[in-house]
Design a protein around this ligand. Structure first.
Ligand code: COA
Length: 162
């Protein structure tokens, strides 16, 4: 079975990496789709985000992971690629409300496509891309929040972090 794990990945974090690893074990093919959230202004360019997610997948030698970009509706991408499952991650009760809403909307857009929730690992549940962006701006990004590959890309772009 094919599934899609989509997100803004701005930037990808250790939480995203964990979900990619777990979902890749559950499905025959996992499309990791870098998409735009229409209400968020991206910090990293689409090309940078695709490269970072690709490097994460390569670093784990995940042969069943395909990194792609989606324009427009995610359900259209899913239909075009023969996927009927969207994977989303839940860190806390606030995510649950937001994700239930998005899952319902996607089901309304295409009733053939359903959403599967994976709980975030407890020790990664406090991580978010916006917290990472804030820590980058403050020049202090502790280890264990983003994969090493992402940290190196951030250091190249923003100078040395502590
Ligand atoms: N670990 C770390 N962070 C996690 C996480 C985990 N396990 N699970 C969720 N998050 C965080 C992300 O870091 C992100 O944090 P931020 O808001 O601080 O940046 C947040 O949860 C949610 O981000 P993301 O997963 O990128 O979702 P999104 O809500 O920004 O966008 C899309 C989701 C891109 C998939 C959605 O907007 C989409 O489908 N767009 C295409 C257009 C479309 O079809 N729209 C209709 C949708 S109903």
């Amino acid at each position: 079975m094919k599934a899609i794990f989509a997100g803004s990945f701005d930037p990808p974090t250790c939480g995203h990496e964990d979900i990619i690893l777990r979902a890749a074990r559950l499905f025959d093919t996992l499309y990791v789709v870098v998409a735009e959230n229409g209400v968020k202004m991206p910090f990293f360019s689409m090309e940078e985000r695709i490269r970072l997610v690709t490097d994460i997948a390569k670093s784990h030698q995940l042969s069943n992971v395909v990194v792609a970009r989606a324009e427009g509706l995610l359900v259209s991408f899913a239909r075009e690629h023969g996927c009927r499952v969207l994977v989303r991650s839940i860190r806390n009760s606030r995510d649950l409300l937001y994700e239930q809403n998005m899952a319902s909307m996607n089901r309304r857009l295409d009733p053939e496509i359903d959403t599967v929730f994976l709980p975030a690992r407890h020790e990664l549940a406090d991580i978010s891309s916006s917290a990472v962006r804030e820590l980058i701006a403050l020049g202090n990004l502790p280890d264990g929040i983003v994969p090493l590959i992402v940290r190196k890309a951030i250091e190249n772009r923003h100078g040395l972090l502590t």
